[in-house]
Each structure stands twice: as structure tokens, then as C-alpha cells.
Design a protein around this ligand. Structure first.
Ligand SMILES: Nc1ncnc2c1ncn2[C@@H]1O[C@H](COP(=O)(O)OP(=O)(O)O)[C@@H](O)[C@H]1O
Ligand SMILES: [Mg+2]
Length: 401
């Protein structure tokens, strides 16, 4: 992770490298993400990139509105207001709108540096330990929901941290069907316009499964999908990050601002495809679309599902050459176990711990959570049974080196 403080500049009059940007360019610790003139372009960047601070030229007529919008969209991203106004009234207005710091213009570079360092972003304080993983199917039936559900369980199992599983297929999602549950509340109840979400309301909407996974369902009525707003979703992800170690989001294929919110701060986005031309073709389109939206190519991966070497004409190498990067994971076709699990409304692991598909998904979970290997090296429960029996997990043999 870069240790530079990533700053977006908002200046209704300005352009890149204009006078507003000049003092920021003189501060070594700062990386300027871009200069924005409209809320729409700033919003898209805030949704898709890691931004630590927004600096707003408060002399513009729409600037206080932008300060308030940044606060609403991303509570983790503080705003520095910069203005030629020096009277108390202007400063109070800026602080009330949501500025964390106020710097007078013309800007003294040391003063600006102090203001930026004083609001040292949470990303660099290391307080943010939640990882978000998005899963998108390249075509219907790729296995995205199967992977998302099982990945959530394996991450929870491997890391012993509660994992949230969010069904963002707002119209036709089937995450709850995979777990055979029917929660009373859905994402539409908590991510709608003007909903001030808090931990109590979020907790009531989540359905806790015994496997240490909490599910947030899609709405029951298709038309209620429209109630979900990007701001509501961002607010929900922020609260989820405070209480969960991992968040898995099962995404629809359709592109929307909602998907952009989910992908924007994701540690990884997995495009699930199968080894056949139509799947790979769509996976390419989704890959390109995510990159155009500003997603970091190092965080977008292709994952192959239902692989069966006997039947396929494409090879793993073909896919890797096509995307010019290694495939993130390969899950074999394991129809017997996977379909039985779904019919029974259970995750694969519950009924068939020896399933090859399950083993592959466990490998993917380990790759996504290398930090967890210290806690639980083999993905075995270090666990409950041992604790109940008072056994200690076996320690690794000391090295003789
Ligand atoms: N690795 C696998 N082996 C066998 N069947 C699978 C596998 N992964 C998924 N399936 C089956 O494929 C079908 C579609 O899976 P699903 O996860 O709903 O796809 P998507 O969410 O991409 O539409 C389901 O019937 C599921 O049981
Ligand atoms: Mg699905």
C-alpha cells in the first residue's frame, strides 16, 4: 500500500496544475489523484479509488454543497476547505458543512502540510482491517453465487472472523436460497434514500448463520430494488467494515453505480467464468468495463469454475495469455456435491467436506486472506471441539536451521 496521502482537489474554476493545485504539488507526502470541477466526476473517483482527503476550493458557489456530499458519501474521507475568506462566519459555515480543517488562501505550504497531516487518514493509521471481495459471474450460471456463498463460509472458517455476505443481485439474487433462509429484512430496508443507518438497524437486517456468516438478503419484491441508493450502500459497507473481518458481495452482471460502490473499495473483484469462449468473451468485457470505471487492474481477477479437463477445448494457459495475468483460482466441476448442497439449501462444506470444489474454494480463501494462515494454517478449525476437549492445537515443529 502506498504511504502517500491521496488527495482529490475540487475547484470549480480550476484545471490540473492550476493555482489551486500548486501548494499541494509542493508537499512530498501528497499524491494528487486529480482536480475535479463537477460533483459527478469527483463522486465517480471517490467511489472507485482509494482517496484519503478531499480539498475543496470554498470560493466556488457550489462548494459547500460538495463538502456536505463528500461527508455523506464517504465518512472516512475528511475534507479540507480552502478559502480567501478569513471572517469567522465563513469558517463556521465551512466547518458546519463538514470540513475537518480550514486553510486560508493564499495558501502557506507549511500550514497546508500541517492541516493534511493532522487529519492523517484512517487507511494510513492501519485501523481498517476489513477486506471486501466482490464476485461477478461472466454469464448466467457461471457459478458466481456458489463461489460467493462458499467463499464466505471458508473465509469465516479459516480466519475465525465473522464474514458478511451481501446479495447485490437486487432483482434475482439467490444467496438466501443457497442457505435456505428467508430473512425478514433486506438491503432495500437499510440502504434507501434518507435512511440514517446505525449498527442496531444493520444488525437487525442481517441474518446470522451458524457457520459464522451473516447474510444480507435482496428485497422480496423486484421493484424494491430501486430503493437502494449508492450513498445508502456506501454507508452500509462502512458500518459492515467496522464489525466484520470480511465482506463478500455477490454482484449482478449489469453495470450500475451500485456495483461501482461495491467494487470501488474492494480488495479483490473476482470475475467467475468457465473454460468456454462465451464465458471468456463476457469476462473480458466485464474486465474492461471495471478498468474503465477506474478499478485497479491488480485487484480484478479471473476465476475459472466448473473446470473439467476432459471436455474443454480452451486451456488455462489460453485464458492467462488472453488476460495477460495468472488465473486467480480454478474450481473443478463437482456437480454431485454442489447440486446436492443447493438442493438441500446447505453450503458444499456442510454435506461433503471432501468435495474437490470445496478444497479449491478453500485455496482461494487462503489466497485472499494470507494473514489468516498465521492463525489457522490448514484451514482446520483450531477450534471449538479442541477447546471443548481442552486440547491445544499442535504447534509446528521448530526449524533446525
Ligand atoms: N463447481 C461446480 N461444479 C458443479 N456445479 C456447479 C459448480 N459451481 C456452480 N455449479 C452449479 O451451476 C449452477 C449455477 O450456479 P450459480 O452459482 O447460481 O451461478 P451464477 O450465480 O453465476 O448464475 C448451479 O446449479 C450450481 O449448482
Ligand atoms: Mg447468481
Amino acid at each position: 500500500m502506498s504511504s502517500a496521502i491521496r488527495v482529490c482537489l475540487f475547484d470549480e474554476f480550476g484545471s490540473d496544475s492550476g493555482p489551486f493545485a500548486a501548494p499541494f504539488e509542493k508537499i512530498d507526502q501528497i499524491e494528487i489523484v486529480g482536480t475535479f470541477k463537477s460533483w459527478d466526476s469527483l463522486q465517480a473517483t471517490l467511489l472507485l479509488s482509494d482517496v484519503d482527503v478531499v480539498a475543496v476550493n470554498l470560493d466556488g458557489p457550489g462548494s459547500l454543497d460538495v463538502v456536505a456530499r463528500v461527508g455523506k458519501l464517504s465518512h472516512e474521507c475528511p475534507v479540507i476547505g480552502i478559502s480567501t475568506a478569513t471572517e469567522a462566519n465563513g469558517i463556521i459555515k465551512a466547518m458546519r458543512a463538514g470540513c475537518a480543517q480550514y486553510v486560508c488562501s493564499p495558501v502557506d505550504v507549511d500550514d497546508l502540510r500541517n492541516a493534511v497531516l493532522r487529519i492523517r487518514p484512517s487507511r494510513l493509521r492501519g485501523s481498517h482491517t476489513c477486506k471486501r471481495v466482490c464476485v461477478i459471474g461472466s454469464s448466467g450460471g457461471s457459478g458466481a453465487t456458489t463461489i460467493a456463498c462458499n467463499l464466505a463460509m471458508e473465509l469465516a472458517h479459516l480466519t475465525e472472523r465473522r464474514t458478511a455476505l451481501i446479495d447485490l443481485n437486487l432483482e434475482y439474487g439467490d444467496v438466501c436460497c443457497a442457505f435456505d433462509c428467508a430473512p425478514k429484512y433486506s438491503i432495500a430496508d437499510i440502504c434507501g434514500e434518507n435512511v440514517e443507518l446505525d449498527h442496531d438497524t444493520l444488525g437487525a437486517a442481517l441474518h446470522d448463520l451458524p457457520c459464522n456468516v451473516s447474510v444480507l438478503a435482496r428485497p422480496q419484491n423486484i421493484e424494491d430494488a430501486r430503493q437502494v441508493t449508492p450513498e445508502g450502500l456506501e454507508q452500509m459497507f462502512r458500518l459492515l467494515a467496522e464489525r466484520f473481518g470480511y465482506i463478500i458481495a455477490d454482484l449482478p452482471r449489469s453495470y450500475s453505480f451500485l456495483s461501482a460502490v461495491a467494487v470501488g473499495r474492494a480488495e479483490a473483484t473476482l470475475i467467475v467464468a468457465q473454460l468456454a469462449v462465451p464465458f471468456i468473451r463476457n469476462a473480458s468485457r466485464i474486465y474492461e468495463c471495471l478498468l474503465q470505471m477506474g478499478a485497479d487492474p491488480e485487484r480484478v481477477h479471473v476465476l475459472l469454475n466448473r473446470c473439467n479437463a476432459e471436455y474443454e477445448r480452451l486451456t488455462l494457459k489460453d485464458v492467462e495469455n488472453h488476460f495477460r495475468k495468472p488465473v486467480f483460482g480454478v474450481v473443478p466441476n463437482d456437480y454431485e456435491f454442489v447440486s446436492a448442497a443447493l438442493d438441500l439449501g446447505h453450503p458444499i462444506g456442510a454435506d461433503s467436506p471432501t468435495s474437490k470444489a470445496r478444497a479449491a474454494i478453500q485455496d482461494i480463501a487462503r489466497k485472499l486472506a494470507p494473514e489468516a494462515i498465521v492463525v489457522n494454517p490448514r484451514g482446520q478449525s483450531s477450534g471449538l471441539l479442541n477447546k471443548l476437549l481442552g486440547r491445544k492445537p499442535k504447534a509446528a515443529a521448530p526449524s533446525r536451521a
